[in-house]
Design a protein around this ligand. Structure first.
Ligand code: UDP
Length: 327
């Protein structure tokens, strides 16, 4: 199978590409390099540098490479930024996805995997959160993914699209070759490791007065390779099913303080941390019930422990202390 990977130079997309190629498929990466890194693109993948707003280029790309399916990662992805720049998210994320879907349709490519988000569950009634939970986007970012999920619903009915929406909880960790390199960095684990590398003096804990066992937010960290593996399983499942939605996490929650303590053990660094005010938009607890994908697709994490996730991230950050640029 040949799979077009939008955002294949980014953190999750580049590791999904690695997984696709390891499984013996072909990959075409389409990425503007706005946030992604050319060095992160797998050497065996074809690469097209371009923006999803460029319809002519997208069209050429489909014409030239004739993919069988699309995995769509390219997106603005920060909840906090989306609260400050809603038009960027409600505009570009949505318009770019629509462009992509329309060009797919014109080329008779109708298998699609959406990189979706736990930010659809802003006010869960039940934790761990399963797929029956009502969808309440928590930000313009979450709303943009919600809208794309709705597009897919209608494109299935009207155009015969087959699709999977994978709602990620907290993607973390690294493979030997690829890891997390965002500028600016906003995610907990890479920030903690930057302190351990001596690149930051201390970590800010955003609030310790939440209704959780130690007062800090609880999240469900899933290893990036396990997340990538789920994409291929979901794509294969579209042979037999028209659409599916899966919540993807390990099913275990860890607090910010537990993450810092585990990183202290792994790195041997004191990792000073100070508590500051809550960050806007952070729910207290987000933990996935991933039993549906385990039962239906036989998905199982290879790296279920927080230790193995942080260790893999630490190994990568040690090898790439300044990310892909090496600067
Ligand atoms: N967090 C923190 N300090 C930081 C970055 C993150 O305390 O410098 C907390 C954040 O408030 C959240 C958790 O760590 O509760 C995970 O945040 P991250 O941005 O990694 O992922 P999110 O859950 O927002 O997708």
């Amino acid at each position: 199978m040949k799979i077009l990977v939008t955002g294949g130079a980014g953190y999750i997309g580049s590791i999904a590409t690695e997984c696709i190629i390891k499984a013996g498929h072909d990959a075409v990466v389409y990425d503007s390099l706005y946030m992604g890194h050319r060095e992160a693109v797998h050497p065996d993948a074809a690469f097209v540098e371009g923006d999803l707003c460029d319809r002519a280029l997208l069209n050429d790309c489909f014409q030239q490479h004739q993919p069988d399916a699309v995995m769509h990662f390219a997106s603005h992805t920060q909840v906090g930024e989306s609260m400050e720049q809603p038009f960027l998210y409600l505009g570009e994320n949505v318009k770019n996805a629509l462009n992509l879907l329309e060009v797919m349709d014109q080329h008779n490519v109708r298998r699609f995997i959406l990189s979706s988000t736990a930010n659809l569950f802003d006010d869960p009634e039940t934790i761990p959160i399963n797929e029956q939970e009502r969808l309440v986007p928590g930000s313009p970012y979450g709303e943009s993914k919600f809208i794309i999920e709705r597009f897919l619903h209608w494109l299935r009915i009207t155009k015969g699209f087959r699709y999977a929406c994978l709602r990620y909880f907290n993607a973390a960790g690294a493979t030997a070759q690829r890891g997390e390199d965002h500028t600016p960095e906003s995610h907990l684990i890479p920030l903690v490791l930057q302190v351990a590398l001596g690149q930051r003096d201390s970590l800010k804990i955003f609030g310790d007065d939440y209704d959780t066992p130690d007062g800090t937010c609880v999240r469900d960290y899933i290893h990036i390779a396990d997340l990538a593996k789920a994409h291929l399983l979901a794509l294969e499942s579209l042979e037999n099913t028209e659409c599916c939605h899966y919540n993807l996490g390990n099913g275990a929650g860890f607090s910010v303080k537990q993450v810092i303590d585990t990183a202290r053990e792994i790195t041997g660094h004191a990792i000073p941390a100070e508590t500051v005010a809550r960050r806007a938009g952070d729910p207290a607890t987000l933990v996935a019930d991933s039993s549906k994908i385990r039962t239906e697709l036989g998905w199982q994490p290879d790296y279920p422990s927080l230790e193995s996730i942080i260790q893999s991230a630490w190994d990568w950050h040690n090898q790439h202390p300044h990310g892909y640029s090496g600067k």
